[in-house]
Design a protein around this ligand. Structure first.
Ligand SMILES: [Zn+2]
Length: 756
């Protein structure tokens, strides 16, 4: 018998048949496994899709039904992006960042936003991760715990401690008051439930929006240096790092921006996340207007560019500029100079010959702080725009996450195979009180102090008691100014328990850092985590440092930088081996992900959630207009005519803006409106999130106040007839009745804007 041979075409067809059968069997068994799992789940299902998840993914064609041609060979994820307001109070609250008493909020330059990104695997276990960048100083532990709580009540176990990262941009011009540890409550001058609620609601809302608009999409990664926007603010500390180590880098700051571009399958832009190491301190400690600083301005420009026709804070495109290892990186690029003489004070103590450390301030590059903010922000935005346009390398592969709570006061650090060291109970050193060249402290203490001062020691001992020998010894050579780890009234002053967390997307790993790593600390962590992944077979991982995540624990310097005891080292609260401890912990997480043993990892000790926090001392009083006037009445009118480049200004009878943070029916304190002849209607051109507008609140006596609105008329403006509106809320209090908050409006007279 002659052997029957198959033609190439027949072979191919048989191959296809076999493959199709195999795929059908695989899909069918997957269907049974998946549905079986869902049927078996209880209310505490761990890691499996919940009802909401099923609804969210039902619309997508990639799980159990045959894929339409569009999704064949689909390598991307299901991605949702969302943005929501989280501004909080803009009056009667301190700003968070400089720790300067009296630097309170008195109005608004821009709104603050939470920007959320959800990525889910399109098939299989449908694992997902959430990254949220928030325009605030830092994420507080209380904020994170409450956000996770609310996510759990709404989504079950879909969004959890291990797969949700919350990161602060580190603007120094957002409200304080959302912390539970005593040192931050004191710096905030009380815990503001109003601001806390506002922020929690905003963060959760941004995640809800992202959850609801998830669709198949792709991520592309790009990297590139941003020049001319950073200086190292502790260069003498950086020089303490070994020469051999420094020789491997061309700069004492990390200049590289890493950017993720997100587009849907039609190629339409959805959003971006970028990470870059810079302190948002272009706005200095004399500022009183709430705003998102240089990184926020970069977000604003990118979103305005992509969301054409939308007001700021609106539109589908979401651009997050997230923080990184910015611990020693300043945006005040002209460097430190003595205010009185103008000479450089770039020295190990950042002090001036006349006037001492209080005179040594860094500024630049603009005429004033808003100008500087915009110059730095625009440069960052422009580089991001280039990187976005040319991003072509796709991020693909499975998603994973690992998280632990760790008692950072008691970590045994393996220095080598035979020697160990310990982390310490939290304490701040003397140079913490010195502040930095971005914002000096008020006590005339210099940076770089390795010895205490009997005067301040005595005062501290009188008020708080003596620090133990153990804590003093552990923190050496840091002279302990405040032994926060031994203070527990009314609540602990600093966290013992912090979060360590990594999420991965394919070959990308995002490390969530609970504080501010210096440049070299970040480099060491990236290198160690990358090596750890590689040793378990995950080669060439890109490691991202995501700063100010989950809980705030100040700074983390290298062991060598710690010896110099400048501000960042004095603020490394768990002692000289803090960085080594983190490296060890993050390597543990990387190993767990690489070896697929996350499920075996202990979750660690759960952090506390304190009740009865100290409330602000500023009472809520009734707002009162002057006799014969109403809220919203114009006190100082606009001029009838303005030219481009001028400032239109109007002052109204006002009410405390914190009322509006309680009653969020109006999302803006102001609008600038243009009369459109064609429609015979007023059209809103600007709101309080616009960088062209400023809302100043002037507090008077006995509940009286004024509100001044400025519109800095840009050269892009259309000539025509304009008006300015003010939206406020006044608190009405009657005896034996609960206070009520009532909305009101004010309108300026109309005015003309001419371009010549
Ligand atoms: Zn900082």
């Amino acid at each position: 018998m002659a052997k029957r041979t198959f033609s190439t075409l027949e072979t191919f067809l048989i191959f296809l048949l076999v493959m199709m059968t195999a795929i059908t069997v695989a899909l069918l068994s997957l269907l049974f496994i998946t549905s079986g799992t869902i049927e078996n789940k209880d209310s505490g299902n761990h890691g499996f899709p919940t009802t909401q998840d099923t609804i969210a993914t039902q619309a997508s064609p990639v799980t159990c039904t045959p894929e339409p041609p569009l999704f064949q060979n689909f390598s991307g994820y299901h991605i949702g992006v969302g943005r929501a307001d989280c501004t909080g109070q803009v009056a009667d609250i301190n700003l968070m960042g400089y720790g300067k008493s009296g630097q309170n909020a008195r109005g608004i330059l821009t709104r603050l936003y939470s920007r959320a990104f959800i990525m889910a695997e399109p098939t299989g276990p449908n694992r997902r991760i959430v990254f949220v960048s928030v325009d605030i100083g830092m994420i507080s532990q209380r904020l994170r715990l409450e956000v996770l709580n609310r996510l759990q009540s709404k989504y079950g176990s879909l969004y959890r401690r291990d797969n949700v990262i919350l990161s602060g941009t580190h603007t120094h011009s957002g409200p304080a008051g959302y912390f539970q540890y005593t040192i931050f409550v004191i710096a905030s001058e009380g815990f503001s439930n109003r601001t806390f609620e506002y922020m929690v609601t905003g963060i959760v809302k941004s995640i809800e929006i992202a959850h609801e608009n998830m669709k198949p999409a792709k991520i592309f990664i790009n990297k590139g240096d941003v020049e001319g926007v950073q200086i190292n603010r502790s260069p003498t500390s950086y020089l303490r790092n070994p020469q051999s180590e420094r020789a491997r880098y061309s700069s004492n700051t990390d200049k590289e921006m890493l950017l993720l571009k997100i587009v849907d399958l039609n190629g339409d832009d959805m959003g971006l996340i970028s990470w870059f190491a810079i302190h948002p301190v272009s706005m200095n400690n004399s500022n009183h207007l709430v705003n998102s600083d240089n990184m926020g301005y970069a977000s604003y420009l990118f979103e305005q560019e992509k969301n054409k026709g939308y007001l700021p804070g609106q539109g589908p495109f979401v651009a997050a500029f997230a923080s990184s290892n910015l611990g020693d990186v300043s945006s005040n690029i002209l460097g430190p100079h003595c205010l009185n003489t103008g000479e450089s004070c770039e020295n190990a103590n950042s002090t001036c010959p006349i006037g001492g450390p209080g005179m040594c301030i860094a500024k630049g590059p603009g005429q004033d702080m808003i100008d500087s903010t915009q110059i730095i922000g625009r440069t960052i935005y422009q580089r991001a725009k280039e990187l976005y346009a040319s991003a072509s390398q796709e991020v693909a592969g499975p998603l994973a996450s690992a998280h632990q709570w760790v008692n950072m006061t008691d970590v045994t650090v393996w220095l080598n195979s035979t020697h160990t060291a310990q982390t310490c109970k939290p304490a701040l050193g003397y140079s913490f009180a010195a502040g930095t060249i971005d914002g000096v402290g008020g006590l005339n203490i210099t940076q770089g102090k390795t010895e205490g001062d009997p005067f301040w020691d005595t005062i501290r001992d009188q008020i708080f008691g003596k620090p133990s020998e153990e804590i003093k010894e552990c923190h050496k050579p840091k002279p302990v100014l405040l032994h926060t780890g031994e203070l527990s009234k009314p609540h602990p002053w600093h966290p013992d328990i912090v979060d360590v967390q990594i999420i991965t997307l394919g070959s990308l790993a995002i490390t969530a850092i609970p504080g501010e790593f210096t440049t070299m600390s970040g480099r060491r962590l990236r290198e160690a985590v990358q090596a750890e992944f590689a040793s378990y077979g995950m080669k060439n991982m890109t490691i991202i440092i995501s700063g100010l995540c989950n809980v705030y624990s100040h700074y983390i310097t290298t062991y060598e930088e710690y010896q110099a005891q400048r501000y960042e080292a004095a603020s490394t609260i768990y002692g000289p081996h803090t960085l080594s401890a983190y490296i060890q912990l993050f390597r543990g997480l990387a190993k767990a992900i690489a070896t697929d043993t996350v499920a075996n990892m202990s979750s660690g000790p759960e952090p506390p959630f304190f009740k009865q926090l100290i409330i602000p001392l500023i009472p809520n009083i009734e707002d009162k207009p002057p006799i014969g006037r109403n809220f919203g009445d114009v006190l100082e009118p606009v001029k009838p005519k303005y030219r481009v480049g001028e400032v239109a200004e109007v002052t109204f009878v006002g009410a405390n803006p914190k009322n509006s943070a309680e009653n969020r029916t109006h999302q803006t304190f102001l609008t600038v409106e243009k009369y459109e002849n064609t429609t015979a209607a007023w059209q809103i051109m600007y709101n309080d999130a616009s960088w062209e507008t400023r809302f100043y609140w002037h507090k008077g006596f006995l509940g009286r106040s004024n509100a001044t609105i400025e519109w800095h008329i840009p050269d892009t403006v259309q000539p025509g007839i304009y008006r300015i509106k003010y939206f406020g809320h006044n608190r009405k209090m009657e005896i034996l009745k609960p206070a009520v908050i009532l909305p009101f409006e004010g309108i300026s007279s109309i005015f003309e804007v001419v371009t010549t």
